[in-house]
Ligand binder design. Structure first.
Ligand code: DGL
Length: 263
């Protein structure tokens, strides 16, 4: 049996599970450590300086404790800010999650695309540069949602969230009225939002394509890891909350870990 690689997947909370599930499907041979920095959630409400000061040293501690082969920053709010700092500070590969503006604009037929992210992500220079470089003539509407990540956490934890609460966060994404000249593509620029995808589809005023970058991130991780380890049927998984709370969500979380029991 060959040793399996350890992949550390990091988010402010449970949103990164939507990236984790794609990575696990692509690399069932790896060992997973999922870290939710819930003690500092939501990142979208913190300043840029606060997030850098929080994530860079915390990542050093996590690398020291878990010795991962690769880290996935499964959070747009952090990736659009700290990736360059992390790469400068630590020598292992980091794969980030950033708004999928390029593929969204490439596929939009009406040339109207909305980017739904946290207030932090839509303000970032990184996001504005993606629009400058890749909008390809599309009109891009940035929508900073104050509460959708928290609503997704609540829903996954079993608290029911009203249609009106979701609709209020979603409404600004839908621009224009005439059939051929209204938004037809929405970028899910926060990893929490795919947790609510069924609700988003149901509550949207008209059908659109929802762009989730998770499958592309999983392909990138798999490419970086190289050939799969042989002889390993399934490696283990751990879940860590920085608040040290007991999660009590095992049955809910197991599918995101490809069915493995989560320590
Ligand atoms: N999951 C995070 C993201 O992709 C954000 C949630 C938060 O505000 O902490 O942006």
């Amino acid at each position: 049996m060959t040793n399996s690689s350890t992949i550390l997947v990091f988010d402010s909370g449970l949103g990164g599970l939507t990236v984790l599930r794609e990575v696990v499907a692509a690399r069932p041979d790896a060992h997973y450590v999922y870290v939710a920095d819930d003690a500092f959630f939501p990142y979208g409400h913190h300043s840029e300086d606060e997030i850098i000061a929080r994530v860079v040293p915390l990542m050093g501690e996590l690398i020291g404790a878990h010795d991962p082969d690769l880290v996935v920053i499964a959070c747009n709010t952090a990736s659009t800010l700290v990736l360059s700092h992390l790469r400068a500070a630590y020598s292992l590969p980091f794969v980030g999650t950033v708004p999928a503006i390029k593929p969204a604009c490439a596929q939009s037929k009406t040339r109207r695309v909305s980017v739904l992210g946290t207030k932090g992500t839509v303000k970032r220079e990184y996001t504005k540069a993606l629009i400058r470089d890749f909008a390809q003539g599309c009109e891009v509407t940035l929508v900073g949602s104050p509460e959708l990540a928290s609503l997704a956490e609540a829903e996954l934890s079993g608290t029911s969230v009203s249609d009106d609460a979701i609709r209020a966060e979603l409404a600004p994404c839908f621009v224009g009225e005439a059939m051929g000249a209204r938004t037809d593509t929405v970028v899910l620029a926060c990893t929490h939002y795919p947790l609510l995808l069924d609700r988003l589809k149901k509550l949207a005023p008209w059908p659109v394509d929802w762009i989730d970058p998770a499958p592309a991130i999983a392909r990138r991780v798999s490419d970086l890891l190289g050939a799969r380890s042989t002889g390993i049927v399934q490696s283990g998984a751990e879940m860590i909350f920085t608040s040290n709370r007991a999660h009590g969500l095992s049955a809910t979380l197991t599918p995101f870990f490809g069915g493995r029991a989560v320590a």
